[in-house]
Design a protein around this ligand. Structure first.
Ligand code: SF4
Length: 225
């Protein structure tokens, strides 16, 4: 079985517990969630999808990743859990690569993972089994009520796992949002942490010529659907 590939590139993990580690990214094509501020709209949005999407076998992807000699491999999207990830994680594992998944958790997670980052989206909330498999949570704070909304959603699920609060990228200079995150973390402490998408400040991903041009919707509801 081949996996539809939007892009693969070598960079570093810009978010979460593994921030700053060298990472090979495999971004799979396709997403049913359709967030209005999606920063990877080329994986699903009719105005941004590429003319052609190649499929690559799991073994080929694993060899590409291994050739970069990264500290870890991040499988992302799009929404990777749309796909059966068993063979991809098996091939990555055969080559001794650490396998990290980034997902909204909107469907059950397949495959064997060393780390799962779950970022819930209100357009398609996570299923219970995915919530249980998460190693960390990433909450996208896109409006003044988003912290309360997501903390209530996760209330009895957190169980000590890190919960990152990230300003939605188009709001990363919005002091109201940033100050709300700061206040919440100061008040609540662990497991809540203030975060951001550090790789975007560095523009690290785009340094690899294999990376696709960024395609952010920027929170414009007219662009999401
Ligand atoms: S942000 Fe993620 S879950 Fe939301 S539409 Fe984009 S790829 Fe899908």
């Amino acid at each position: 079985m081949g996996y539809p590939i939007y892009e693969t590139f070598y960079s570093w993990q810009g978010e979460g517990v593994h921030l700053g580690k060298s990472a090979f990214f495999i971004r799979l094509f396709g997403c049913p969630v359709h967030c209005p501020w999606c920063d990877s709209a080329g994986t699903w949005h009719r105005d941004y999808v590429p003319e052609r999407v190649d499929k690559l076998e799991a073994e080929t992807l694993a060899k590409l990743a291994a050739a970069a000699e990264p500290e870890l491999v991040v499988v992302t999207g799009g929404e990777p859990v749309m796909h059966d990830l068993e063979s991809l994680t098996a091939e990555l594992g055969k080559l001794g690569l650490l396998r990290h998944l980034e997902t909204s958790g909107c469907r059950e997670i397949s495959g064997e993972w060393d780390w799962v980052t779950l970022s819930p989206k209100r357009e398609a909330v996570p299923v219970q089994s995915s919530l249980e498999n998460a190693d960390e949570f990433k909450l996208i704070i896109d409006n003044d009520g988003a912290i309360d909304e997501w903390v209530a959603f996760l209330s009895d699920q957190i169980d000590g796992r890190p919960v990152w609060l990230h300003p939605e990228w188009s709001q990363h200079s919005n002091t109201d949002i940033l100050n709300r995150i700061t206040s919440f973390v100061k008040k609540s402490g662990s497991p809540f942490r203030a975060g951001t998408q550090a790789h975007k400040f560095y523009q690290a991903d785009t340094l690899d010529p294999n990376s696709a041009n960024p395609s952010p919707l920027g929170g414009n509801p007219k662009l999401g659907y």
